[in-house]
Design a protein. Structure first.
Ligand SMILES: Nc1ncnc2c1ncn2[C@@H]1O[C@H](COP(=O)(O)OP(=O)(O)OP(=O)(O)O)[C@@H](O)[C@H]1O
Ligand SMILES: [Mg+2]
Length: 277
């Protein structure tokens, strides 16, 4: 299916998915997912994935991690992705952010089809507009907390960036740790540096892979409040991977990844946790 760059054209107003004729649109699993969920804004999605598949080699065999997966996310939405360990959540997040390439399918980010771009082109598209919190943080070990937070600004420099980076470390509760190297920080502190780094450019779209996985409940709650304040006040689109049903319930939409596919999902009402999802 082709995707129009005109925000008004070829979009089904209910599902937010591109269609040449919304009235004759045949419902698929993916459109059912989308139409069951309220969207904040029914205009051009910030992200549209069309039939993404990801296969990798595993020894002699080919392993299919994601299969024909489609998803549309509107500007300002918050989306939780749940699923068992090994279901492919981190693989999916990497694909959706354009950090990794699909085996099949097309990803359109900010109206730009990524298949026509090389790695540098994808990095240029993401610069300053996309933040990513990695599950394993991926801080550079030789740089201080402040220098790690400053890294994304190398691709999108601006005035007052050192102050902005310091303020972000302050916001995540690390104002006293700006000069520490990652090895001098706890796991939860490193995770908060990674969160500050993801937000320092005021991105339109943030991906966070289990952003509270290493935090105690109180610190986790503060970070979650910060994420949703930014979603509400700055309109930042959030795509979160989590096992925490309490966090998932605060999102506009919850999806579960299983067998390489996304399905609508209703998290349980427990305060946190929620089994193996
Ligand atoms: N490059 C690769 N080569 C072989 N197998 C891979 C590769 N990348 C991922 N996998 C496999 O794909 C599956 C999905 O991995 P992924 O890290 O996306 O899972 P996940 O849902 O994020 O899990 P977790 O909740 O434990 O973080 C795993 O079984 C993993 O071993
Ligand atoms: Mg993962």
């Amino acid at each position: 299916m082709s995707y129009s760059s005109n925000p008004q054209a070829n979009l089904d107003p209910q599902t937010n998915l591109p269609t040449d004729d919304a009235t004759s649109h045949q419902p698929t699993t993916d459109t059912i997912i989308a139409s069951n969920v309220p969207h904040k804004q029914a205009h051009q999605p910030v992200l549209h994935a069309e039939k993404l598949s990801k296969r990798v080699r595993s020894g002699e065999r080919s392993l299919t991690i994601l299969h024909d997966l489609s998803l549309s996310v509107a500007a300002g939405e918050s989306v939780a992705i749940l699923g068992k360990s090994g279901a492919g959540k981190s693989t999916l997040l990497g694909l959706l952010a354009g950090l990794d390439t699909p085996s099949d399918g097309e990803l359109t980010l900010f109206g730009q089809p990524l298949s026509q771009m090389d790695e540098d082109g994808r990095a240029a598209l993401r610069a300053g507009r996309v933040g990513f919190v990695f599950q394993n943080f991926q801080l550079l070990p030789t740089l201080s907390a402040l220098e790690n937070v400053l890294l994304p600004l190398e691709l999108s420099p601006r005035a007052g960036e050192t102050q902005a980076a310091a303020q972000w470390l302050e916001r995540v509760g690390l104002g006293e740790r700006v000069g520490h190297l990652p090895k001098q920080l706890s796991g939860g502190e490193q995770q908060r540096v990674a969160i500050a780094r993801a937000f320092v450019t005021d991105p339109e779209l943030v991906f966070a892979d289990e952003p509270t996985g290493n935090l105690d409940p109180e610190t986790g709650a503060q970070i979650i409040d910060l994420l949703f304040t930014l979603n509400r006040e700055a309109g930042t689109t959030l795509i979160l991977v989590t096992h925490d049903h309490a966090l998932a319930r605060r999102c506009d939409r919850c999806l579960r990844l299983a067998n390489g596919q996304l399905m609508a999902f209703e998290p349980t009402a427990v305060a946190s946790g929620g089994g193996d999802e």
